[in-house]
Design a protein around this ligand. Structure first.
Ligand code: FAD
Length: 477
């Protein structure tokens, strides 16, 4: 029996594919409808047309990854992506016929279904898992069971489950920032429990912020790039269209540039809104946005509050292209993992496809353990410590103000000092979230340069010596 933790695209696709290849599996998830997949929008990138190729997809991925991509992972995912899409279609999933073009892609290669592809993946894969009668337990995994240096099962809030192998598919930790586009399940505790058992975490400083998130009556909604591509503009409460003062591309500047521009407007005391009135045929092109507006008694003529929110994390449990960690019996796939695919910044729509490729292909490797220990970085040893408790809300506030979009030495040291007083050693969510936040701040302080989505205002440039060099953490007891 293989135990898979998480019911996002990675966990569900792994469960269905392993089952269909003869393995017994079970799924455990903190919340059935938790995770980013459930609310993901755009689509999944794959080279699917005659004018495209895995090599072009790889080139685009590497460019955005800003000197930090693991080429093995990039070549693997871009090569396997078309087969993963076709396999999903064989299972019965129907994509819309057109492919979309998104920022950073040199070809139309974003396969999608409506403008809620993540939710569509989730619904489809969940129904396939149910057809296969895969048992699904709703519970939080709080530790791994390790016997004779091998991971053999999980300990949940309610039980201890000894199984054969463990696959972590627990997503990232973007919710650990006050403003975020993801769900409260994603606080990085999957990474922390792997770390606790001896797995290596890497690339923790690379957190991607999406520039345009909105929230009405507590419902958080991502306003996709396509809206700006189609004519939506950003204004502040003085009515100024400010984006051009930061970048000549205005609202079409890259995610990180626009996130910093909006953050700066807020820092200066302005509010920021998206004006949708310039979009032609909005109702037909963006039906999901229209229903969001209707749910909250808004019309497309209303200005929408926008803020940049933590959206995705590039780092996590370091794995090879088979999803293997440095700990025998432990696999990590999807956003919880650090395969090196995204490097210092993720190319749009490369995450759902990463989850699908690693999930669907896992059956090929699950009985052929090779193991993995990276040699492309610097290793930092960390000891957990006991201290006072911090709530998730306090952690989110601390990270937003000090480990967020614009970082500097002073703020990062403040966060590190704060986490040094907070308990990181217990198995509760808050404690694990503190540890993950500490490691994020620590690696952001170490990386005294700006690269990809990691921006240091005190070092606003690349440093050659950091190119391709990862920061890894391991636990010492
Ligand atoms: P998730 O989907 O995040 O699932 C994590 C799972 O783990 C959940 O089921 C959760 O309940 C469970 N879990 C967590 N901790 C525990 C625990 N301790 N014990 C038990 N269970 C646990 N990417 C793209 O490629 N294209 C897009 O268009 C796109 N749009 C996005 C839009 C939004 C609003 C957001 C937030 C993200 C978007 N992304 C997109 C990113 C992408 O959705 C995620 O990276 C991807 O869905 C992650 O999938 P996953 O299976 O790894 O994890």
């Amino acid at each position: 029996m293989v135990v898979i933790v998480g019911t996002g695209v990675a966990g569900l696709s792994a469960a269905v594919s392993l089952r269909r290849n003869g393995y017994k599996v079970r799924l455990i998830t903190k919340k059935i409808t938790g995770g980013s997949t459930y609310i993901a929008k755009g689509g999944a990138a794959a080279s699917l047309t005659g004018d495209d190729s895995p090599e072009l997809h790889a080139q685009d991925t590497i460019k955005v990854g800003d000197g930090m991509c693991d080429l093995k992972a990039v070549n693997y995912v871009t090569k396997e992506a078309p087969s993963a899409i076709h396999e999903l279609e064989k299972w019965g999933f129907q994509f819309d016929p057109d492919l979309r073009l998104e920022g950073g892609h040199s070809r139309r290669r974003v396969a999608h279904k409506t403008d809620e592809t993540g939710r569509e993946f989730y619904e489809f894969l969940m129904s396939e898992a149910k057809k296969e009668e895969i048992p699904i337990l709703e519970d939080r995994v709080k530790a791994l069971m390790v016997k004779d240096n091998e991971v053999r099962g999980v300990i949940t809030e309610g039980s201890a489950i000894e199984d054969d192998k463990v696959v972590l598919a627990t997503g990232g930790y973007a919710y650990l920032f006050k403003f975020s586009s993801t769900q409260p399940t994603n606080v990085g505790d999957g990474m922390a429990i792997a770390f606790d058992a001896g797995a290596l975490l890497g690339d923790m400083e690379f957190v991607q912020f999406h520039p345009t998130v909105t929230s009405i009556d507590g419902e958080v909604f991502l306003l996709t790039e396509t809206l700006r591509g189609e004519g939506a503009v950003l204004v502040n409460d003085k009515g100024e269209r400010f984006a051009f003062t930061y970048d000549k591309r205005g609202e079409l500047a890259p995610r990180d540039v626009l996130s910093r521009a909006i953050y700066d407007q807020y820092s200066k005391g302005y509010k920021v809104f998206m004006d949708l009135r310039g979009i032609k045929d909005l109702e037909r092109k963006f039906p999901v946005l229209i229903s969001f507006l209707r749910r909250h008694n808004k019309t497309p003529s209303d200005l929408l509050d926008v803020f940049p929110g933590a959206h995705f994390v590039d780092g996590g449990v370091r794995v090879n292209t088979r999803g293997e960690t440095n700990l025998k019996g432990l696999y990590a796939i999807g956003e919880v993992s650090d395969s090196g695919l995204h490097g210092a910044n993720r190319l749009a729509s490369n995450s759902l496809i990463e989850g699908l490729v690693f999930g669907m292909n896992l059956y090929r490797y699950i009985d052929k353990w090779e193991g993995f220990y990276p040699d492309d970085g610097t290793m930092v040893s960390v000891t957990e410590w006991k201290g006072r408790k911090a709530s998730i809300d306090e952690i989110r506030e601390m990270n937003w103000s000090n480990v967020g979009i614009v970082r500097n030495k002073e703020r990062l040291e403040k966060a590190i000092a704060y986490y040094k007083e907070v308990d990181t050693s217990s198995s509760c969510e808050e404690s694990k979230a503190s540890l993950i936040s500490y490691l994020t701040a620590y690696s952001a302080l170490m990386r005294d340069e700006s690269r990809g989505n990691h921006f240091r205002e005190d070092f606003p440039f690349h440093k050659k010596e950091w190119e391709g060099k990862r920061i890894y953490f391991r636990l010492t007891r």
